[in-house]
Design a protein around this ligand. Structure first.
Ligand code: S3P
Ligand code: PEP
Length: 448
């Protein structure tokens, strides 16, 4: 969290006129798109991505890979099959300048790729990116043979002096501040001379589903991965050196971005259908089926997609969100509207996300009259009647969507910088008003 902006750009969150009833088509997963781009760039033949997410984080990833020499052709598939990108791997080279924005996936997944490039690759990003942990990636790459100049900060900005190849081998890291350290090393490892053995030494490891996603996507392009969940040693991942296949991958909808829409069904006692919800997935957002059911909803995975219904009641929840930390802002928003208190645990590492999410949620919900306290590793939320006011977002897309959920039930909630949702969901305001059956302009009028 940083200082509150002086001249906020405000969007009046529309109130729900009644129970929502909508089908919401959610764009592709950020986490899948950015992994797929990296793996396709490292492959030995061209590949396709269908229905990739087009958002700030994924466009930054695509642009960075292009800067390193990779061809990425954006196009549209035949017969309404949606967008598809062709990725054409090439020799990776510097000199190059990579803008990571505030994308964890870009700032962590690309330094290992840069170590494989020939030449210097400079990484820089938004001011917040300087504060986000990167030491795990930097230290590990150095131990594996890379030369990195980070001015001794252990963080951005930095330059990777790519040597065209990386030795690889065994390395220990403490990934308790971000699972992306592990994912970053594994994704590029098939191209390291010796592959990699990553041993996590920290006391806890957040966001395990995202590491599973990395492992499954590596295997899908032909990599050999040994890992704890399929009989390997606890906290150890091994990737063998190998060529990677170019694949034709259809990106699943982003289930974490489905969250505000499911939350809308829950808090209004309505019904939202999300088409193409996968039957099986590594995305953490799949946990919403269980979490939002425990909070009072009900859901069914049908041929149409996920049908999620609110029942008119919203309950508090006591839950460890360590595996699914990115869902915390949206769950906190629902919890603030519930009929009983909630305890959200296991998410201390959210203090180093897009903003300090624990501080930001506490300040903004309390600013509307709520009663939230921060704990060592999460939040305690005691629902109280809320009032309207400005909901600051601190350049955090999930703060903006959390504020919109509260605004469904509380008149006069004004979201500052709703455009920050472009990080992963550029069309959010129009999707939101569309779900409510409102025109975009009408949404503002309705609450004027
Ligand atoms: O690998 C990924 O795609 C992600 C991993 C998680 O990061 P952390 O482990 O840093 O929380 C998650 O919060 C982030 O939104 C996406
Ligand atoms: C933590 C998140 O993003 P990032 O990939 O930047 O870490 C998020 O999307 O909630």
């Amino acid at each position: 969290m940083t200082a509150t902006p002086a001249q906020p750009d405000l969007w009046t969150a529309p109130r729900a006129g009644g129970a929502v009833d909508a089908t919401v088509t959610v764009p592709g997963s950020k986490s899948v798109t950015n992994r797929a781009l990296v793996l396709a760039a490292l492959a030995s033949e061209p590949g396709w991505l269908r229905r990739p997410l087009r958002s700030r984080d994924t466009l930054l990833m695509a642009q960075a890979l292009r800067t390193l020499g990779v061809g990425i052709e954006e196009g549209v598939g035949p017969d309404g099959t949606g967008e598809r990108w062709r990725v054409i791997p090439a020799r990776l080279h510097g000199p190059a300048a990579v803008d990571v924005g505030n994308a964890g996936t870009v700032m962590r997944f690309l330094p290992p790729v840069a170590a494989l490039a020939d030449g210097d690759v400079r990484f820089d990003g938004d001011p917040r990116s300087y504060e986000r942990p990167l030491h795990g990636v930097i230290d590990a790459l150095r131990a594996l043979g890379a030369r990195i100049d980070d001015g001794g900060r252990g963080a951005l900005p930095l330059t990777v002096h790519g040597a065209g190849a990386l030795e690889g081998g065994s390395v220990e890291i403490d990934a308790s501040s971000s699972s992306q350290f592990v994912s970053a090393l594994l994704l590029s490892a098939p191209r390291f001379n010796q592959g990699v053995e990553v041993r996590h030494t920290g006391s806890r490891l957040p966001s395990m589903p995202h590491i599973r996603m990395t492992v499954e996507m590596l295997r899908a392009v032909g990599a050999q991965v040994d890992e704890p969940e399929t009989g390997g040693e606890p906290d150890v991942w091994r990737v063998s050196p190998s060529a990677l296949l170019g694949r034709d991958l259809t990106v699943e909808p982003d289930l974490s971005n489905a969250q505000p829409f499911l939350a809308a069904a829950l808090v209004t006692g309505g019904r939202v259908v999300v088409p193409d919800w996968p039957q099986r997935t590594t995305q953490p957002g799949d946990a919403l089926r269980e979490i939002f059911t425990a909070m009072g909803g009900s859901c069914e995975l049908t041929e149409q997609g996920l049908v999620f219904s609110g029942t008119g009641v919203v309950h508090g929840i006591d839950v460890d969100l360590g595996e699914v930390g990115e869902l915390t802002p949206g769950i906190a928003a629902v919890a603030a509207l519930a009929d009983s208190p909630s305890v959200l645990r296991g998410v201390a590492h959210l203090r180093l996300h897009e903003t300090d999410r624990l501080a930001a949620l506490t300040k903004e919900i309390n600013g509307l009259g709520g009663d939230v306290t921060e704990t060592a590793d999460g939040l305690e939320i005691r629902p109280r009647p809320l009032r309207g006011g400005v909901f600051h977002t601190y350049d955090d897309h999930r703060m903006a969507t959390a504020g919109a959920v509260i605004g469904l039930a509380v008149p006069g909630v004004e979201i500052e910088n709703v455009a920050t949702t472009a990080k992963t969901l550029p069309d959010f305001p129009a999707m939101w008003t569309g779900m409510l059956g409102l025109e975009t302009a009408g949404a503002a009028d309705r609450n004027a």
